[in-house]
Design a protein around this ligand. Sequence first.
Ligand code: GLA
Length: 389
Amino acid sequence: MNAVINVKDVLLKKYSEKFRHDPEIVSYAPGRVEILGNHTDYNEGYVLSAAINFGTYFAISARADGEAHLTAGDIMQDVVFDPVRPEPSKEHMWANYVKGVLAGLVAESTPSHGFDAMFLGNLPLGSGLSSSAALEVSSGLAFAKLYGIQVVKLELARIGQKAEHEFAGVKTGLLDQVSSLYGKKDCLVWSDFRTYEFKPVEISPDICFLMCNTNVRHALVDGAYNERRESCEQAAKFFSTVLKKPVAALRDVTWEDWLEYHDKMDELTARRSAHPIGEDERVLSGIEMLRNNDLAGFGRLMFESHESSRVNFENSCPELDTLVAGAQGVPGVLGARLSGGGFGGSAVVMTTKRDVDAVSTSLRNIYANKYGARCDTRIITCSDGAHVL
Ligand code: GLA
């Protein structure tokens, strides 16, 4: 918690030094951790995730002229652009998320003035904690307040997603923005990406998550994410031709359907589709287990989820596999898996508050012994969602 408070203070100081006045509006959006349900969001499926105790602050004030001045508070890099026509740029990729959100928000109106804005957070980039969604959501809340635009949570999540698609070139689902907006303290968020219902699911207060950052940058933009999404769409098309029920997305395909028909598809598409189909079933079983306080059973589902990522979806990497396999032998660990897009980033480990420090030391040692490199660990608590301060 302290870490988050300090970030805000640092941002306010940097902001007033740079712009010579205090910001009118400050917003905050947390990152997210994905607990079960990997690559299911764009397949209209289920996810269990949480907003976390790390995030991004966004500070803004109106400017009398028509210019938009935006500063990345960590590197103190500035961009100046026209807020009426925000356009993506290859030069300052970080600014594209903010510009994309602004473009989505002001699509129907013309901003009457510019702004001075700066943001700062404590989510390491590329670590799988959704620093980009935290930036989209925090900037979206701040812009909506500054320009007096009414926007409901789901709409703002969609604007953030559109920024990812059109300004950053990644065809992500809605999970990251939704988790950041709908997070609730001491709860997981159960998302249904067909009905767009987002419900809090209480989790035992003894439970604690540990994020282990491999420091391997995931390369979603390189097309691997988009390529996985295409395979899922191709598989859904196949199932719609053989199943005697409507199939709009892999959400409509059960594990039994997969078992019956997988050998009629090409081997790779079959394997790819096994992952979201299995994940949907694991999310539903996981919710039952949480209701019955079967935490060991829930943890086993996390290990199964990782195995499916490793073998079926091939969105893991050796560093994540080392952490998850290593976690299996560490006393006090209930479950572990990769979290988010994959191809690097972080593994999430489920443990108890009592064991978390010992688990963290063991995993850091396992990683250092194998790679001679650091794996950063952070204790994650399930936190409230984004808001204007
Ligand atoms: C990334 C995307 C999400 C989701 C996850 C995988 O975080 O942004 O939309 O698809 O990967 O579950």
